[in-house]
Design a protein around this ligand. Structure first.
Ligand SMILES: NC(=O)C1=CN([C@@H]2O[C@H](COP(=O)(O)OP(=O)(O)OC[C@H]3O[C@@H](n4cnc5c(N)ncnc54)[C@H](OP(=O)(O)O)[C@@H]3O)[C@@H](O)[C@H]2O)[C@@H](O)CC1
Ligand SMILES: Nc1ncnc2c1ncn2[C@@H]1O[C@H](COP(=O)(O)OP(=O)(O)O)[C@@H](O)[C@H]1O
Ligand SMILES: [K+]
Length: 517
């Protein structure tokens, strides 16, 4: 499913109006009717059926006027309060305001703090509050009267339904510009906005429903929208069923270079996830003093013990051996628990120069690349980078907060500039491709914020790549399945005690649920 930012949504409205000749007032009518339908559902559930609709001066307010008219026609007690000077209403919103006025509905404007106080008193008698203050047109933080209005709405304790997006949430990023309405439900118009999906905005509504407002599918396709939600159907189409007449050689040879003294577990988790995602064979290069630990725990993998520079750390003399094994493999992953050393940087340089297979880079491999991003220009094959926000900050030397505020843009620019697939991990992982496509993932839960979760993801991407799944598709499927496995684990044991190993345990079940076998 496509997701849009504020600008893309405006473009889409324009396309519908100018090229498909659908008058804006019809789109607004459909939007208002969709909202009315949802209000009516809630009215069935509420004892107090009085509705208060709070409108801004833009088209979001216009949607509110339409909903008010339909409720009025159905005999629902409805009041409309407008924030700001109605002389500034224009276009379709003004037309709908004029109709409402004619119908003699209870409609007033709020121009000062006293008016907001009056609203506060009135809200005590309302059952449902509709937030039609502002949608995709938010252009600054809510201050003054708006801030007070939002405070009053948030404190009224009534059922709150937002139109399109809770007012105050940026549709383009999900950031809260100062303060925002906290809604019970949001009726999202036509397509989800980034702000409905990304945190913190996504947390400002308990529930969300997407409603069609009649923008033609063709118009949506024509706009070449670059952001999508990862859906179950997408993943089902990516992960093939295994054919009967096959052997382990058909499911690929994965090669993992991971682990160092004190971090053997990271390598272990990655390797287990490789097998649990269906790869046929796995070799793991590990400093030789850690080899016996690895062999004891992971009996299915072939270990390639590497001579050590110092105890537990891979040395430069190992490069030839690493490259040789790489050339016999279908995918290589480097980094989980590797420890950050000059040697690792050298290993990476050689891998980049020699590899013709997909490369997965995580953890210490990413840290080794910080300040040396130019090395990515050596790549002859596709690389999938899996940084969390902290690693990303180090990689591009931008503060964590700034990346957090602008995840999609930053991920997109990075992937395009360096021609890699970027998995920017976190709550709502963002995946970006060199072609400028962006995907947002909604599986996963805070239970996964625990040591080793990322190592598991690296194993899953590697496992899917080993099986010949195309790099972008492998990344999408891995991120989705990783989250889905985490969600299964959370259902079974809760979020508190969830450990990375639980994600590995649930992974095959999560995959079976999608693939059917
Ligand atoms: N044809 C279409 O386009 C369709 C659009 N649709 C609907 O329209 C919505 C988009 O409408 P929009 O573009 O008119 O902007 P909207 O969200 O109403 O906000 C603009 C208003 O907010 C104000 N304002 C902003 N920030 C503020 C602040 N911090 N503090 C104070 N004021 C602030 C801003 O004031 P100004 O900057 O002018 O002073 C202006 O008055 C969209 O989400 C969907 O619901 C549907 O009907 C389908 C058809
Ligand atoms: N709140 C959350 N919601 C969804 N997924 C999460 C959440 N917290 C963490 N995750 C996922 O867990 C993984 C954590 O990775 P990372 O921070 O690299 O862990 P580690 O370095 O310990 O292996 C990422 O894939 C991330 O998307
Ligand atoms: K709104």
């Amino acid at each position: 499913m496509k997701v849009v930012d504020g600008i893309q949504m405006k473009m889409l409205d324009q396309t519908a109006m100018e090229e498909y000749k659908i008058p804006g007032i019809i789109l607004m009518e459909q939007a208002g009717m969709a909202v009315t339908e949802e209000i009516m559902k809630e009215i069935q559930r509420q004892e107090n059926k009085r509705v208060m609709i709070i409108c801004g001066l833009g088209n979001n307010g216009g949607d509110g006027f339409v909903a008010a008219r339909h409720l009025f026609q159905r005999g629902i007690p409805v009041k409309v309060r407008i924030i700001g000077d109605i002389a500034r209403l224009n276009g379709d919103a003004k037309s709908n305001y004029d109709i409402l006025k004619k119908l003699k509905t209870d409609i007033k404007t709020m121009l000062d703090f006293q008016d907001i106080q009056k609203l506060s008193d009135e809200l005590a008698h309302s059952g449902i509050v509709v937030d039609a203050i502002c949608g995709t047109g938010l252009n600054r933080g809510a201050d003054g009267l708006w801030k007070e209005l939002i405070r009053v709405i948030n404190q009224c304790g009534k059922y709150i339904l937002s139109i399109d997006i809770p007012s105050g949430v940026s549709a383009s990023t999900g950031n809260i510009l100062d303060t925002a309405v906290r809604a019970n439900k949001t009726v999202v118009l036509q397509l989800p906005k980034v702000g409905n999906i990304n945190f913190p905005g996504a947390d400002y509504s308990d529930e969300m429903i997407v409603k069609d407002i009649g923008i033609p599918k063709e118009a949506i396709e024509r706009n070449n929208l670059n952001i999508s939600l990862i859906t179950e159907t997408m993943i089902r189409n990516i992960l093939p069923r295994r054919k009967n007449d096959t052997h382990k050689g058909n499911y690929g040879k994965a090669y993992i270079v991971a682990g160092s003294m004190g971090m053997t577990g990271a390598a272990m988790l990655t390797c287990e996830a490789v097998f649990r995602s269906g790869a046929g064979l796995l070799k793991v290069a590990i400093p030789q003093s850690l080899n016996s630990i690895m062999e004891t725990r992971l009996i299915e993998a072939i270990t390639v013990p590497l001579p050590e520079l110092k105890k537990g750390v891979v040395g430069i003399s190992d490069i030839e051996k690493i490259i040789k094994t790489m050339k016999e493999s279908d995918v290589i992953a480097v980094g989980p628990g590797s420890g950050q050393t000059r040697e690792l940087e050298e290993v990476l340089r050689n891998i980049f120069e020699e590899a013709t297979i997909p490369i997965v880079l995580d953890a210490d491999a990413l840290n080794s690349l910080a300040h040396r991003l130019d090395m990515l220009k050596l790549l002859k094959s596709t690389a999938v980078l899996t940084p969390h926000i902290g690693e990303m900050a180090r990689l591009i030397n931008i503060p964590i907060e700034e990346i957090q505020r602008n995840k999609i843009q930053i991920a997109m620019e990075f992937a395009q500039k360096w021609k890699v697939i970027l998995i920017l991990k976190g709550a709502r992982t963002v995946i970006a491709s060199p072609e400028g496509k962006v995907f947002i993932n909604t599986t996963g839960n805070p239970g996964m914020a625990t040591a080793g979760s990322g190592d598991v993801l690296t194993g899953i991407v590697t496992g899917f790549l080993a099986q010949g799944i195309q790099p972008l598709e492998a990344a999408l499927a891995a991120v989705y399945m990783h989250g889905a496995a985490g969600d299964r684990a959370a259902v079974r044991i809760g979020e508190y005690g969830l450990m990375a190993g639980d994600i590995v345990v649930e992974l095959p079940h999560a995959i079976k649920e999608i693939v059917g076998k």
